[in-house]
Design a protein around this ligand. Structure first.
Ligand code: AMP
Length: 208
């Protein structure tokens, strides 16, 4: 049995028992340090849907030193968004894959209104739509403390400041973009990971 088969077997039962949601398409937005990655991993396991983290994909490409990875790393290490062409290609290929037919969670994409408009076009072409956008809200002081304790390569002080600046300028407008579409849910990202997950699960249940 492949890993995929065994995990979906476990998770189908889990999903019915715990949440009753299926085939959902979910987006997580929130500033660096808000806990998107941790919460996305926990939620996708519960829902048995694919977790697509553009940050993870780009870091993997950078580690493998592919041409795309080398180019992306220059931007990531400076705290800037990588050029949209690099990310959009990765995501478009991924969400067209058979494992994404039954739903997925996008963690870190879209990150600009322009990326969101591209995503809408791909979804329209598939006759699909986003079910839920979770905005994880965390105070700046808490974000900075979390990032300082994490130790990732792009968590150095000056890089963090630039990532927060990029978030404010380019990503925050997405909150309104999705609010207008009626799919946005604001989640309080303070507290333990379990507390935050419970709040997210309640919204997923309400939306499913
Ligand atoms: P994350 O793991 O989501 O914090 O992403 C880490 C870094 O990857 C970001 O600071 C960006 O440089 C890059 N990145 C991830 N997702 C995107 C995206 N959708 N568009 C542009 N750059 C991205």
């Amino acid at each position: 049995m492949t890993k995929e088969e065994s995990s979906s077997e476990v998770c189908i039962g889990h999903r019915d028992l715990v949440i009753g949601a299926s085939s959902m398409r979910i987006i997580f937005i929130g500033p660096p340090g808000a806990g998107k990655g941790t919460q996305a991993a926990a939620l996708t396991q519960r829902l048995s849907i694919v977790h697509l983290s553009t940050g993870d994909m780009l870091r993997e490409a950078a580690r493998a030193k592919t041409p795309l990875g080398r180019e992306a790393a220059e931007h990531m290490n400076a705290g800037r968004l990588v050029p949209k062409e690099l990310v959009q290609q990765l995501v478009a290929e991924r969400i067209a894959g058979p494992d994404c037919r039954d739903g997925y969670l996008l963690d870190g994409f879209p990150r600009t209104v322009e990326q969101a408009e591209h995503l809408d076009k791909w979804l329209d072409a598939q006759g699909a739509s986003i079910d839920l956008v979770v905005n994880l809200a965390v105070d700046d002081a808490v974000l900075l403390a979390r990032l300082a304790s994490r130790g990732r390569e792009d968590d150095a002080d000056d890089v963090v400041r630039e990532r927060l600046r990029q978030y404010d300028k380019l990503t925050r407008p997405l909150v309104d973009y999705y609010r207008r579409r009626g799919v946005l849910r604001e989640i309080d990202g303070h507290g333990t990971p379990d507390e935050v997950l419970r709040r997210i699960v309640a919204e997923v249940e309400a939306a499913s």
